[in-house]
Design a protein around this ligand. Structure first.
Ligand code: HEC
Length: 294
């Protein structure tokens, strides 16, 4: 072996004091024990925390902003590609779509409400609410702190984040604009609408999310997203079921195609694929820039 290993100073120390065998044994045991302890205290917990998926790694504000992104794309796709194009194919969308005797799809706000209901049934403590200061449906009126914060949004048109004093929850409110002509005409004409002069581009309300903590782990965020997506799937199933009740000649074919191509409605997979194609890239980019690894 042509390599000279440097000698350990401890070796010299041991050689010089000539300790007896039992002392040497105990010294080594204690040294080894201390080394192990140092390892456990200094190194192992850090290694464990690196692996620990439950460490908060996102602010709730960022998590809700990403949820709002997913929701915006989902709702816009539904509003334009299903409701807008579907109507041209003779498909009906009605606020009483869930009634036994009404064979129609949900309006965009009711689509969202259906998803919100599924979320409230899930294990994930995330709540979703579409409110307004001039709602068609009275229970959608913003109250208390949310009403105050919405008044601020009316002046700056920006998302708002705050802790609600009455629930302790962390809330993210995202503006809901009249992005298409039907938003305005339907709301202005609705018999229960307290406001009849909405114009295109108006702030009509706010999509409002609440969560009990101010930060979440990556796992918790994935659970939020999964719960939202499974809510969308449940509402979609209910809509596809509803279509089965239409007379044969009015029934759209359910598959890969969309109503802009004819009397078609996308199935679950085609719907999911399209939402993913729209939102996937932005969502991943937002996640990668928001998540802070320990
Ligand atoms: C065909 C009619 C119709 C169209 C189109 C429509 N809405 Fe609504 N909207 C309703 C009804 C009805 C409700 C109440 C639903 C409920 O019972 O919660 C509602 C609820 C809402 C709410 C919650 C506050 C409220 O008024 O109860 C907001 C905000 C809203 N819509 C915004 C929009 C926007 C933005 C668009 C366009 C992207 C739109 N709506 C398109 C009929 C419509």
């Amino acid at each position: 072996m042509g390599v000279d290993f440097p000698e350990f100073p401890t070796f010299h120390l041991a050689e010089m004091s000539h300790p007896s065998r039992p002392i040497r044994f105990w010294t080594l045991t204690v040294l080894a024990g201390a080394t192990l302890l140092t390892y456990l205290l200094a190194t192992a917990p850090q290694a464990i925390s690196e692996l620990n998926q439950n460490q908060p790694s996102l602010s709730t504000e960022d998590a809700l902003t990403m949820m709002a992104l997913e929701n915006d794309f989902t709702r816009t796709l539904f509003t334009k590609a299903i409701v807008g194009e579907g109507k041209k194919q003779g498909l009906a969308f009605d606020e009483n779509w869930a009634d036994e005797d009404v064979h129609a799809g949900p309006l965009p706000a009711l689509f969202l409400r259906g998803v919100a209901r599924e979320l409230s049934k899930s294990d994930v403590p995330l709540r979703l609410f579409l409110g307004s200061d001039f709602p068609i449906e009275g229970t959608n009126l913003f109250k208390k702190r949310q009403a105050e914060v919405f008044a601020t949004m009316r002046t700056n048109l920006q998302p708002q984040h705050f802790q609600d004093p009455s629930t302790g929850e962390f809330v993210g409110m995202f503006p809901d604009f009249a992005s298409a002509a039907p938003c305005v005409s339907c709301h202005n004409q609705h018999i229960n609408s307290p406001k009849t002069d909405w114009v295109l581009g108006d702030l009509m309300g706010a999509t409002t999310w609440s969560y009990p903590t101010d930060s979440v782990s990556s796992d918790e965020f994935i659970a939020m997203l999964k719960a939202y997506r499974s809510g969308v799937a449940v509402v979609w199933d209910a809509y596809l079921d509803e279509l089965q009740d239409l007379e044969a000649e009015k029934q759209p074919h359910i598959g890969n195609q969309w109503p802009d191509q004819g009397l078609f409605i996308p199935n679950q997979v085609a719907l999911r694929d399209s939402i993913d194609a729209l939102v996937g890239r932005d969502l991943l980019a937002a996640f990668m820039s928001n998540v802070h690894s320990k």
